[in-house]
Design a protein around this ligand. Structure first.
Ligand code: GLC
Length: 648
């Protein structure tokens, strides 16, 4: 709604900053005025309207104006181009990879020389795992940031990052960086000052002089890393205080009830925007608001804060989309896209963590029913938002979908999850997977799963056993999993190494800064000699790489797989086959995947019950034309095989 007083107030501040509202800064001015009221309302929802909070609101406006003024001409032009395109991130032409610069190739400057590798594969969107300063040995893979503005020497310099971004931009590639919003490292300047007793900075954290409030909190807060960092508070000897540390003991939770924390972190967000970030990954947003008596996850205020961030970004750097890394229950994930009048106005992108885990469920059981039971939830994603679709990332696989989904498929939830944990951690007789349990919590029976795509698909064991048939099956599984997530809708995000079939890397066990966290087993150090094999016909590296490359090029050619809310699940005719239909305008693509180790028979009727009756289907995967048979006849899909079928 239009608010005249607010308009006047903003005009005044803009004038002080010499913003040319009718001239060159007009696009900024329009954005500011269009979003001012909702931004102000969201702000007041959290911080009220006391004299102090009104003062802080003005400061927030100052932060945004300053960031806009710092934004380069190139980025401003890109903002306009993206605005003209609309929701640019829905495109089928975007293909992502997530990687650690140091483990991938040494550092950021060397990464600049690897862009041809990405181009060869078809990747044009890179998620650089955290590169900002983080204490070695206490870094949580870079998610314990001690300086939000300084690239860690391990990765190079700020200049290297800027150079890389420019090079990527020139090639039309997109960049994703993280903002670790929920916490800082205990070595961050704010934490250091708090330790020294500086009250101003102690208020940046949840700090208490005795255990009474921490005890209250801990009654209802689940533990995130129960094995390596039990509890949610850490005693800080220097200042004789307890500080909230939901993740590791060296990650101090920021206190967003303090408007200065919001102001300073928004400043960091916009700093990243001005580095040329196309999608900002907001790390662990589910945790940013705390309230005694709750799990301190997914609270309504966390959503209000994210909406406020979205409004501020829309004004200062509209070309940057927001990804909320909420790896929570299916129903809760959906809320990060916004609800009510904020539908599609919170995070533009979220991880399809539910589906990721369900793919692993299907692969272990050969049964698609639990996955299907979850779809009514996932399909509610609002138009204009999208998923990151993925099979593996740097984190563990959590089996966080709901019990009722498991029950609906006829399984008992505890036993079903236990089976999956055993299957992937190598504790189930006959399982080819070599993963491990992560963060087992004996109190709750909960455990997540670590392991690389290839190892979880059985390649490591097959290679050790020198079993050619098992190798073939594991390669098929790798491609089945990738294909299923590449065509589902959303931005596919591969994890580095998976494109060349990397199995688990156990070198982390020799590093005391990593050995306590088995997620490092699936964060490989790339051996570029080995990678040369991607060009040697018949090698595993070549089989996986060239097939992945082909899948990517198919995806990029087919606009029907862009994420236009155009996904329909095929009526199941065979519980081993996951099948979805992608449609756009007069185009259709049937994607069918056999998750079992036997050939699967799918009635041709499956292709005739969705508005069209194709007579010939062209398989983009095999390049073959398949005549559609009678309803009593079947398409036979080989074990762990799949088809991408377009009616001709
Ligand atoms: C996110 C990251 C994970 C990290 C955690 C704490 O979930 O993906 O790697 O441990 O946040 O920052």
């Amino acid at each position: 709604m239009y608010d005249h007083q607010l308009h006047q107030r903003i005009n005044q501040i803009l004038q002080q900053h010499k913003i040319d509202i009718a001239g060159k800064d007009n696009f900024f001015y329009v954005r500011m005025m269009a979003n001012a009221d909702s931004m102000y309302q969201l702000y007041k929802e959290i911080y009220g309207s006391s004299t102090a909070s009104e003062k802080h609101f003005n400061q927030l406006l100052g932060v945004m104006i300053h960031a806009y003024q710092q934004r380069s001409e190139t980025l401003r032009k890109k903002d306009e181009e993206k605005a003209d395109k609309g929701n640019w991130f829905l495109s089928n032409e975007i293909m992502g990879m997530s990687l650690y610069a140091d483990r991938f190739c040494g550092d950021l400057s060397k990464l600049g020389n690897k862009l041809d590798y990405f181009e060869k594969l078809g990747v044009n969107f890179i998620h650089l795992m955290p590169v900002f300063e983080s204490p070695e040995g206490e870094s949580d893979g870079g998610y314990a940031v001690s300086n939000f503005r300084k690239v860690d020497e391990r990765f190079g310099s700020n200049h290297d990052l800027e150079k890389l971004q420019k090079k990527m931009n020139d090639k039309g590639m997109y960049l994703m960086l993280d903002i670790v919003l929920n916490h800082t490292s205990h070595k961050h300047e704010w934490a250091m000052k708090a330790k020294q007793g500086d009250k101003h900075y102690q208020d940046y954290f949840y700090m208490y002089s005795d255990r009474s409030i921490p005890d209250e909190f801990e009654k209802s807060m689940p533990e995130i890393f129960p094995e390596s960092s039990p509890g949610s508070f850490t005693y800080i000897e220097e200042c004789n205080n307890w500080v909230m540390t939901v993740f590791h003991h060296y990650q101090w939770d920021l206190n967003y009830t303090n408007p200065l924390v919001f102001r300073d972190m928004l400043d960091n967000i916009l700093y990243y925007a001005n580095l040329g970030v196309d999608i900002l990954r907001i790390d662990a947003p589910a945790f940013i608001w705390k309230q005694v008596g709750t799990t301190c996850q997914n609270l309504p205020e966390a959503h209000t804060l994210l909406r406020l961030i979205k409004q501020c970004v829309l004004i200062a750097s509209p070309g940057m989309a927001i990804l909320g890394e909420a790896i929570v229950a299916p129903k809760e994930i959906m809320k990060y896209f916004g609800t009510g009048s904020y539908t599609a106005k919170e995070c533009d992108v979220a991880y399809n963590a539910t589906h990721m885990a369900l793919q692993w469920d299907m692969l272990a059981t050969g049964d698609t029913r639990v996955m299907l039971a979850a779809q009514h939830e996932i399909l509610q994603k609002p138009y204009g938002t999208t998923w990151i679709t993925y099979t593996r990332c740097h984190d563990d696989i959590g089996l966080g979908y709901d019990d009722y989904m498991i029950r609906q498929a006829g399984y008992e939830p505890y036993g079903h999850r236990k089976f999956l944990q055993d299957y992937y951690s190598g504790n189930y007789d006959g399982s080819p997977a070599t993963g491990a349990l992560f963060s087992s919590n004996p109190k709750t029976g909960d455990a997540r799963i670590s392991g690389s795509l290839a190892s979880l698909c059985g390649l490591e064991k097959a290679l050790n056993d020198n079993d050619e048939r098992a190798i073939e099956l594991s390669v098929r599984k790798i491609l089945l999993m990738q294909a299923h997530s590449f065509f589902l809708g959303g931005i596919p995000m591969m994890f580095y190494g998976d494109e060349a079939g990397y199995t688990n890397d156990y070198s982390y066990l020799n590093d005391p800064g990593k050995s306590y966290d088995n997620r490092w087993m699936h964060r490989p150090v790339i051996d570029w000699e080995k990678n040369k094999k991607i060009d040697i016909e018949g090698t595993i590296e070549n089989r996986v790489f060239s097939a992945t490359q082909r899948l990517i090029s198919i995806r990029k050619k087919l606009e029907v797989v862009a994420d236009y809310k155009n996904l329909t699940w095929l009526t199941p005719h065979n519980m081993h086959v996951a099948g979805y239909l992608r449609s756009f305008e007069d185009k259709k693509l049937y994607c069918v995947f056999n998750f079992s180790d036997r050939s699967a028979y799918l009635t041709w009727y499956a292709f005739k019950s969705h508005g069209v009756e194709p007579t010939v289907l062209y398989d983009h995967w095999t390049g073959m034309e398949l005549p559609v048979g009678e309803n009593y006849d079947h398409l036979v899909i080989e074990p762990y095989g799949f088809h991408l079928l377009e009616p001709r």
